[in-house]
Design a protein around this ligand. Structure first.
Ligand SMILES: *Cc1c(COP(=O)(O)O)cnc(C)c1O
Length: 332
């Protein structure tokens, strides 16, 4: 079914800008680097989850839900955008947080995204690291249903075929912008976590027949596991859209060499990339996702990975609201 036939609510400021980064490009001496400003989607300080939520919240409305349940890490950008979307639509929001980061600072536990979640009126439930998050959400849903609510569960990161439609749309938007600037892209790069963004981008790249290679930079899982996760979701998404076998395993590439010691744990490369972009381009990235993605892209440019490529685009997935939770960990 074509994208325009899926139920959708307007939550994001679209199209997001496509910008050339002249000073970073010159500094790195590789291909022309562009950035697609999905950090500027607008809702609750913006980020990549807002495009997914346009489709997910429309589905929740269709199912007559009055309450949204979702999950993530304590500093989840997805949870923050979901809390804002629920507020805007007039639904309650329950957030289940996995205490994924050991020895968290007070800022991590209380500032950044968590602070905004509370401003948006969401209820927070914390569970231990390693909990079965799907079961935690289902148990909460059962309890709330008994009390008369009609909950709608959004998976972590908004990553299911409905949410991933948002990134099919992003490719269509990106290609129209590139055309109007009279350029073509040789690579799309972004941070990959719960896989919905990359899965949507890969399917979008196929549907538009632009066939731009998509490179995910992992922030959590090892390469094989991350690629399998993206491949499964991209396959489910293409089935969901009535285009089976659109994606092959070779279309899915994740580089997981930049995770460092684990999810949410800062790396030197990330910290350096964050400072470079702040000082060369006045742009803010986050330490958990977009900063590690950026660290990967910068290192790979240095290693000649994009040799013979003219223009590459980094999808800026946002996350700067989380910066305040890390101020005492990051070097400035
Ligand atoms: C969630 C998130 C990602 C990863 O997107 P997925 O669709 O979960 O793979 C990247 N960057 C930021 C800032 C995010 O919040």
């Amino acid at each position: 079914m074509p994208l325009s036939d899926y139920p959708r609510v307007s939550l994001a400021h679209l199209p997001t800008p496509l910008e050339f980064l002249p000073r970073l490009t010159k500094h790195l001496g590789g291909p022309n680097v562009y950035v697609k400003r999905d950090d500027c989607t607008g809702l609750g300080t913006g980020g990549n989850k807002t495009r997914k939520l346009e489709f997910l919240m429309a589905d929740a409305i269709k199912k007559k839900a009055d309450l949204i349940i979702t999950q993530g890490a304590v500093q989840s950008n997805h949870a923050r955008q979901t809390a804002a979307a629920a507020a805007k639509i007039g639904m309650k929001c329950e957030l289940v947080f996995e205490k994924r980061v050991a020895d968290a600072t007070t800022a991590y536990k209380e500032s950044g995204n968590v602070f905004l979640d509370k401003l948006f009126g969401a209820n927070i439930h914390e569970v231990a690291n390693g909990s079965d998050m799907t079961k935690e959400m289902e148990d909460l849903s059962d309890q709330l249903r008994e009390k008369g609510s009609n909950p709608y569960i959004i998976p972590g990161g908004g990553s299911n075929p409905i949410g991933a439609l948002g990134y099919v749309d992003c490719v269509i938007e990106l290609i129209a912008q590139a055309k109007s600037k009279d350029i073509t892209f040789d690579s799309i790069i972004m941070a990959t976590g719960s896989a919905g963004t990359q899965a949507g981008l890969v399917v979008g790249s196929k549907i538009t027949k632009s066939n731009i290679p998509v490179l995910g930079v992992g922030v959590n899982a090892p390469k094989e596991a991350q690629e399998e996760k993206v491949f499964k979701l991209a396959s489910d998404l293409s089935d969901f859209m009535g285009l089976p076998s659109l994606v092959s395993r070779d279309d899915i590439v994740a580089n997981c060499d930049y995770v460092g010691d684990g999810y949410g744990i800062p790396t030197l490369g990330m910290n350096k990339a964050l400072l470079q972009l702040a000082r060369l381009e006045g742009l803010l990235f986050d330490p958990v996702y977009s900063g590690k993605g950026l660290a990967g892209m910068i290192d790979l440019i240095g290693k000649g990975y994009f040799e013979n490529q003219k223009n590459i685009v980094f999808i800026h997935t946002g996350g700067a609201a989380g910066l305040f939770a890390y101020h005492d960990i990051l070097e400035t």
